[in-house]
Ligand binder design. Sequence first.
Ligand code: NAP
Length: 252
Amino acid sequence: MVDSRPVVVVTGGSRGIGAAVSRLAAARGFDVAVNYRSEAEAAERVVADCRAAGARACAIQGDMAVQADIVALFDKAAAELGPIAHLVNNAGVTGKSSTLAEASPDVIRSSIDINVTGVILVAREAARRISTRRGGPGGSIVNISSVAAEFGSPNEYVWYAASKGAVDSLTIGLSKELAPDGIRVNTVAPGMTMTDIHERSTEDAGRIERIRPHIPLQRIGEPEEIAEAVVFMMSDAASYISGAKLKVSGGR
Ligand code: NAP
């Protein structure tokens, strides 16, 4: 670990879970690079909140499905904030909900591009930067999966559930591969959480209310509740945890 505040890169940090992770990480002693794809103003608001909490922070645009953007994100974050110690591999999309038979191939392909190929390429870049064997500070990667990997999301987005199964497998292998490099790798798997992702995937306004009774705690999670688990996984309190999956899903 570095002596000063450790630097974390949060992909998809402008809204939802990534924004909550960025704010909490800043409050808990991390400096934060907030990646976003298109919503610059939202990202700048998150950066302002991080700075108000005493952190150094910057917003960096980049499409995490594009290799050149991934490299540029890590280059810019390191130039602005110093050596990167942690990655929150969070950017993800569901695509418009439907049965698989009705889904557009473009929706499926773009979801896999970001949720699987992008997530793996982002983890690759982080491994190269954080590894103690490559001169980095050591640290951790937290991959954001979903309970969908276990439920399968039938009639909504089975391709999304499958992509999160891939994220779970990535953590298993990468945690073993990167242990000698001083990098812990873990998964946080949220259940249904109150973010924009739902209204962007479906026009079905009653969906959340229909799902709520099936959640043992009888409510939808807040992004701040997911952020607590993510920041814990990055913290020294989790120093012996690697290859783990922590479900944060109200008991579901
Ligand atoms: P969200 O509110 O829709 O926010 C998505 C974030 O990802 C935004 O910051 C967005 O940037 C960014 N993003 C999307 N595509 C990107 C790309 N190609 N490159 C870079 N950034 C990109 O989503 P969320 O609900 O917070 O979800 C965050 C993660 O949690 C996802 O991996 C999701 O699968 C997972 N998750 C969510 C839930 C839930 O119920 N909300 C449950 C389980 C798992 P812009 O602002 O610039 O668009």
